[in-house]
Design a protein around this ligand. Sequence first.
Ligand code: PGA
Length: 255
Amino acid sequence: MMRRPILAANWKMHMDRAEAGDFIAGFLPRVEQASAVDIVIAPPATALDRVGAALEQSSVQLAAQNVNAEAKGAFTGELSPAMLREIGCRYCIVGHSERRALYGETSEGVAAKAAALLGVGIRPIVCVGETLEERETGRTHDVVGAQLAGSLAGITTDQATELVLAYEPVWAIGTGKTATPELAQEVHSFIREHLCGRFASAGNEIRIQYGGSVKPDNVAAIMAQSDIDGALVGGASLEPESFARIVQFDCPENT
Ligand code: PGA
């Protein structure tokens, strides 16, 4: 099964509008040859319009970092799926471990967001991953399995191929400690089995990204694993040159 690689930048709470504009101006000329991969950029909400406008003539796609599952209403500070669609988002990250840990996001809430996004034609990037303590006590599969079951609860088999999964071991995020490619592959293959159990053969088409300290010099080895179809990149996506090297992970001069 050939799955089209998908490399996504998660800028988190970085980049003002001017910095975001400068990034895109520096990034697009560097990735003109990268036509065999999907490239996605998730700026903070304040830069969505600016980045979206700068990406218009390119194949790079815009993503949001969060959404509210409701269509409209009295939800101060929140943005609806249709609002994100209107501003040009084609993808949206949901259930990032920072949101699960810091803002009390539950798999049930993630499931509602993912279903609402699919309803307006935005592809959810659903994040799962274990903490160090969960890994060290042998609970990785239990934790990731429960996150998957909960977070994908509302998705139908027809919608499954629109999904993107991101496996992000919490202990590898922003720490410089990347999971070894073999360790990541072991969990990706567990996720693949779960997706095939849930969505039958469509599970083989769903792309699963790895996230956690992905850098230009480790991305090729990670991408070489059979069930790793992309990367969700935080820190190393903030410089145009660095993220451009990551999306061109298969270039010889990059390794
Ligand atoms: P990192 O973040 O690349 O800085 O580890 C990845 C993420 O949290 O998506």
